[in-house]
Write a protein that binds this ligand. Structure first.
Ligand code: GLU
Length: 470
């Protein structure tokens, strides 16, 4: 491929809501294909619908993209700022007889649809102004500009994912390009922008497939180049039904807050609709090397939280301890209310990371599992820990206290002393180790106990122990 024919891809979200995972997957696939081919990945915010577009949604999209690690090339293109250019194209089409002014009033169109409905016909614009020349009575009256679409034959969308999809032209009516207030419609804006931005590949959700047939006709009328289309099948919930909020149709920020890593999300969303043999673990660098449009699946993908959790556990374990500790610190600071860790807590967190990360599937679980390292003093017990610290267990702790006080404060020495105590007292190791763990951590589970005792240090450990030794 020469420099000039490198693919140009774009992600074109409408800022009417958050960046949800369906959108994030579309962005990811475009990004991966651009990075795989050495092409360009552009971001266009489709804010043409002024009533539904909000600055908050725009910011949420930019934040979501940044968090997902999907960097775009060049400046963000804002569609509404290009409205003059869209009007210019509409004017050219009008001048060339490829579009026309339609003066039908809202009442006339409503009556038309009601007649069609009553006759059991599909409701669509009947082309009443297609060949009509406006007379003096139309002077100063509002009009829309419609595309003079082909009325016979068919339009075929050659789709990289779905194959050839055929549309009878008789089913497509003359779509509106400019509204009566002179503003471009989404259909016009998309096509003009893609052409002007040199977009070669349009990869987007299958909900846009019908639009593609209409857009193709407009592209042809404009004499622009037809892009390669790839419409991605929808993402369904685990039960196969349409993805709802309950199923995880959430903003990517919600996934961040649930403690998933961006690398996990990229891998997971890649697998929702794209495959490479049976590979499940595909880190981003590998995905960039492998990604192609041919392996996008044709059928709807299913959301699977268990898989997402397992993948996240994998990437948590793969992350270097100091990097992960830094992520946990940032994550904790972002909680409401923020958890700000002291220097001691940060050091402890880093040292305990090898044991902690084995036990966590999300950053939320990591923070919970590391809680006992964040502050000093006796722990508040959870239900399981409370059970472990029944009166008999507290008595055993009290008996063991002198032996522990006398030992060197290293993991090995602490383990030897605890074992010796258990043997002498005629109890199992667990009878002392479990209550000890509960007293140290407030929980029944933790990274290896003696490592944790060593990490907390003599004074802090004994302080926690004495609170429950009785
Ligand atoms: N703005 C459209 C959307 O958010 C996407 C348009 C396109 O990708 O062609 O659904």
């Amino acid at each position: 491929m020469t420099e000039t024919t490198k693919p140009v891809l774009r992600f074109a979200p409408s800022p009417t809501g958050m960046l949800h995972i369906g959108g994030a997957r579309t962005a990811l696939f475009n990004w991966l294909y651009a990075r795989h081919t050495g092409g360009t990945f552009l971001l266009r915010i489709e804010d043409t619908d002024r009533e539904r577009s909000t600055p908050e949604a725009m910011q949420a999209i930019l934040n979501g993209m940044a968090w997902m690690g999907l960097n775009w090339d060049g400046d963000v293109v804002y569609q509404f700022a290009r409205a003059d250019r869209h009007r210019e194209v509409a004017a050219t089409l009008l001048a060339e007889g490829k579009a026309y002014r339609c003066y039908a009033t809202a009442e006339e169109l409503t009556a038309m649809r009601e007649e069609q409905k009553a006759a059991g016909k599909p409701m669509r614009y009947d082309g009443r102004w297609r060949d009509r020349v406006p007379g003096p009575e139309q002077d100063g009256k509002p009009f829309v500009v419609r595309l003079k679409a082909r009325q016979t034959g068919e339009t075929i969308v050659h789709d990289k994912v779905l194959g050839d999809v055929r549309f009878e032209n008789s089913q497509l009516d003359d779509m509106v390009l400019l509204r009566s207030d002179g503003n471009p419609t989404y259909m016009l804006a998309v096509v003009v922008d893609d052409a002007d931005m040199g977009v070669t590949h349009v990869i987007r959700g299958a909900d846009h497939l019908n639009n593609a047939a209409r857009q193709l006709q407009l592209i042809e009328q404009m004499g622009a180049a037809i892009p390669v289309y790839g419409h991605l099948p929808l993402i369904n919930g685990p039960d196969g039904a349409k993805l709802s909020k309950r199923h995880g149709a959430l903003a990517v920020e919600a996934y961040r807050d649930m403690g998933y890593l961006p690398e996990t999300m990229r891998n997971y969303l890649l697998r929702l609709g794209w495959s490479h043999g049976d590979d499940e673990i595909i880190p981003t660098a590998q995905a960039v090397a492998w990604f192609n449009l041919d392996s996008i699946g044709k059928s709807a993908a299913r959301m699977d939280f268990k898989k997402l959790d397992n993948l996240n556990g994998h990437y948590i374990r793969e992350t270097a301890d100091d990097v992960l500790a830094a992520e946990v610190i940032t994550f904790a600071e972002g909680l409401t209310p923020p958890r700000i860790l002291s220097e001691t807590a940060r050091t402890r967190l880093k040292s305990a990371m090898p044991g902690l990360k084995e036990r966590a599937k999300t950053l939320v679980e990591l923070v919970q599992g590391a809680e006992f390292l964040f502050t000093d003093g006796p722990r508040t017990l959870d239900a399981a820990a409370d059970k472990l610290l029944a009166p008999e267990a507290r008595a055993i702790l009290a008996q063991a206290l002198p032996a522990l006080e006398a030992t060197d404060w290293t993991a090995a020495a602490l383990e030897a002393a605890t074992r010796a105590f258990a043997e002498a007292a005629g109890v199992k190791l667990g009878a002392i180790a479990q209550p000890l763990r509960a007293a140290m951590t407030g929980k029944a589970n933790s990274p290896p106990l003696f490592d944790m005792l060593a990490l907390l240090g003599r004074e802090e450990s004994l302080n926690r122990l004495r609170a429950y030794a009785a």
